[in-house]
Design a protein around this ligand. Sequence first.
Ligand code: ADP
Ligand code: MG
Length: 226
Amino acid sequence: MLHVSEVTRHFSTGAGQVKAVDGVSFDVETGTFCAIVGRSGSGKSTLLALLGALDSPTSGSIHLDGVDVAGLSARKQVIYRRDRIGFVFQNYHLVSNLSAIGNVMLPMEFAGASRSQRREHAVSLLDRVGLHGDKQDRLPGKLSGGEQQRVSIARALANQPALILADEPTGNLDSRNSKRIVSLLRQLVEEGTTVIVVTHDRGLAAKTDLTLSMKDGQIVHRQAKV
Ligand SMILES: Nc1ncnc2c1ncn2[C@@H]1O[C@H](COP(=O)(O)OP(=O)(O)O)[C@@H](O)[C@H]1O
Ligand SMILES: [Mg+2]
């Protein structure tokens, strides 16, 4: 269960204070597929960064399965991100000089497994997202956008995260590849992972269980589907 209570994130800028996230409260049950929608600048990415402990709120509290995320020290934030969160980004954020397998192995470095065990696990995750055979040995630049996004999802799954945070995961993909990514995320939800996506993609938002609409840093609409 993700519990977000009265969270704000204010930035001081030359032009004054920006209330990027301005008093947001919501709950997301474990195993829910949740979309965050809203215009550019409405605070979606800032909120996602707070949920993933990439950033800390100005005020308010965030609890994931009872852990006080907003109260973690910088060192514990790193561990929280590594062990509990899987991040997926619009631009994939893969390491360009590592193969698909190498990218998926990266987050496993601290898990205490041997190199061959990590490699075996990476291969099974890539198989699971539908990237097979010699494609697993390719550099990201030799894969299509849809394939790169599947690698990034495999990497996000490396440490069995409780929560997957995806910022515009289909933003650079054509409709066929988008559908494939959406059905993959849905499958993870069916297996019990909580997935929160920021998206402009109506097709994606329609497939989720819960839609939170943001405007000017606030959640102005909450729609749960039955
Ligand atoms: N590091 C920052 N410093 C100053 N302002 C920021 C920073 N990050 C985001 N903002 C501002 O906060 C608001 C929300 O941004 P963002 O969360 O990126 O929106 P979205 O993802 O919905 O497009 C915008 O007005 C943006 O300019
Ligand atoms: Mg954004």
